[in-house]
Design a protein around this ligand. Sequence first.
Ligand code: AMP
Ligand code: MG
Length: 341
Amino acid sequence: MKTRILKTTGDDRAGSIRTAVKLLAEGEVVAFPTETVYGLGADAFNRKAIRAIYKVKGRPSDNPLIVHIGSLSQVHPLAATIPIRFWVLAEAFMPGPLTVVLRRSPALPRYLNPGLPSVAVRFPRHPVARALINEAGFPLVAPSANLSGRPSPTRAVHVLEDLDGTIHAILDGGRCRVGLESTVIDLTGRRPTVLRPGVITVEQLEKVLRTKVGLARQTAKKPRSPGLKYRHYSPRAELILLEGKKPEIRKALKEMSGALKGKKKIGVLALAGYTRPSERLDFFSLGTTGVEGAARKLFEGLRELDRRKVDVILCPAFEEEKVGTAVMNRLRKAATRRIRV
Ligand code: AMP
Ligand code: MG
């Protein structure tokens, strides 16, 4: 199968979206841009299309899919009841990088997240995503358009890296503005709970909901040492997280590059302030705008350092507050080791 890249700028947009809608209507999967990361879209009400998503990604079958809608009215047939808190969140954050878990409608087909009493709903902001869903006329399930376990794609070429020859088309919408997957909040319990942190923070959610919001524990109970089972968002290189104060981390970067010299090719993924701790290190800058900018470039950096064929990626940890909570959530899952310096 030849994977086509469909342009979405200028005169090309309408035709590209028409091509993508035709494929989706035939039960095929199509990658498309959202403001968070690229999604692998399929008709949420087509059993064959859903099966194709799991196959193409190599995704574990118990990992549920988020249903993407093109307007708020599309939420009604998905959920059994829609709590007032959903509308409060919608007013503040939709369309945008927020996914809300609701009790699922009994009318939803069984093959969509079998066995789950809930449904996760997102209304993306990206104009190409919205045009695609609205022209299709049906909601799309859309996990990130990467091979399962790899860093999420934030550019069309990243999708091609993972899925070239296994999907028909990629709608190219340039770089994703947010760069991290959506915040997932669960409204099915007594207390709203964030299941996956994102750029919409717990603090922002609490302010809008005027109530305490929980944050589900993110770390696996078992140590991750035995193997790769719990790795996610992972580069091929070994990823080592360095935790500590900036001067100590700079010192550690120098020392480690000396110790590993000649044996391994070392990459560094860090804010621009760490630039050139040593000439020997292959540096990918996460920018000059703090953790928000780092969120945008994180997955791109992991992929780029893989492309440069480094053996080890050293990455200074971020403070776990606000957007730093989301960045560290991804980094912890991607990392092979953490070192306190
Ligand atoms: P992604 O692979 O980026 O599409 O992310 C999907 C994530 O959404 C999953 O890993 C879950 O954390 C979350 N999710 C999807 N559906 C549900 C659901 N019904 N209940 C709880 N979490 C969900
Ligand atoms: Mg994913």
